[in-house]
Write a protein that binds this ligand. Sequence first.
Ligand code: T46
Length: 142
Amino acid sequence: MSLVKWVDFQTLGDERGSLVALEIGQEKAVPFDIQRVYYIYRTASGVSRGYHAHKALKQVAICVAGSCRMVLDDGRTREEIWLDCPTRGLLIDSMVWREMHDFSNDCVLLVLASEHYDESDYIRDYDDFKRLSRDALHSSVS
Ligand code: T46
């Protein structure tokens, strides 16, 4: 099963341009209650970000301007995808390693998160992530 799951937003456009509205508490497209919103912008040229997974946090990442390349890895499969569409978000589940590369100069990456910021939810070491994801897989099949 692919790690790449898209969330599509309705566009409210007219002759002046386009608009996407996300109603907190009523948003149907996002499969969790949004507790936090943040955005990443003006990423310096050649810089990559991420390199971590989350134990519980789920997120939807939307490139509202420009583009970047996202790598997703669940410990068994590694996939990459370009984000470049303001009406489409990438669902990033818990226990998925993510890396972001090749940010365009104008990239603004907006992220909707299921929880408030909590550093203890991060797994920032890839070997720890592999071990934890393997343990989780074994306990789910036994
Ligand atoms: C993720 C990817 C897509 C906060 O204080 N509050 C926040 O809500 C966030 C997201 C970060 N921070 C602090 C923690 C660090 O001192 O901001 C600093 C930069 O965060 P980080 O190095 O984790 O940034 P990225 O771009 O590597 O990762 C971020 C999110 O942290 C992460 O959850 O999935 O974007």
